[in-house]
Ligand binder design. Structure first.
Ligand code: HEC
Length: 157
């Protein structure tokens, strides 16, 4: 009797959490069908972009250059080289035509939106760096890096 009640309780809990999970995902996935959603999510809950092997390499190389750009900006900030840091932000992280093109060909509308918003935040960072204000610059860098973190929490290759 006791065991079966425990089993029942556990099954209910599992049922409830699966329902909550599905609801949360429906909310974030907007118009995607449930079937499509199940296919595109992994056990870690992130949405797969289902990229081709070639696109995967291209995207990762692009990402690695983003880290290099952030690293350069931090180094330049430490030396008060605001103008140089601003140029890196605009040219390496900002919304250049190449970046726009890349974001548009990822095959997922939400990813594209996040990507474009990220690059726009990097242009804001570039403008802020131009002012030479350290505190505002760090705030802007923090905001741009927030876009990295959010996208990584939502999508995987
Ligand atoms: C719009 C989405 C998005 C944004 C914005 C984004 N990334 Fe990524 N990034 C990804 C995805 C997707 C992967 C692949 C992750 C996976 O499959 O686990 C990735 C992977 C990476 C990797 C791993 C590279 C490798 O060779 O394994 C690094 C490093 C990285 N990103 C850095 C950054 C940094 C730094 C920023 C911000 C300055 C950033 N990314 C912004 C989506 C994004």
């Amino acid at each position: 009797m006791k065991t079966s009640m425990i089993v029942f309780g556990v099954l209910c809990a599992v049922g409830v959490s699966v329902t909550i999970y599905a609801k949360e995902h429906d909310a974030t996935m907007g118009n995607m069908s449930h079937h499509q959603m199940m296919q595109d999510t992994n056990v870690d809950g992130r949405i797969s972009l289902q990229l081709t092997p070639q696109m995967k390499q291209h995207q990762l190389a692009n990402m690695r250059s983003h880290v290099v750009a952030v690293q350069s900006i931090i180094g330049m900030l430490a030396e008060n080289k605001f103008d140089e840091a601003s140029a890196v932000a605009h040219n390496q992280l900002g919304l250049t035509p190449e970046m726009r093109k890349m974001c548009n060909m990822m095959g997922n509308e939400d990813f594209t939106k996040m990507g474009l918003a990220f690059h726009q935040s990097a242009d804001v960072l570039g403008d802020t760096l131009k002012t030479g204000d350290m505190r505002l610059s760090l705030k802007a860098l923090h905001r741009t890096m927030n876009a990295c973190v959010q996208c990584h929490a939502t999508f995987r290759q």
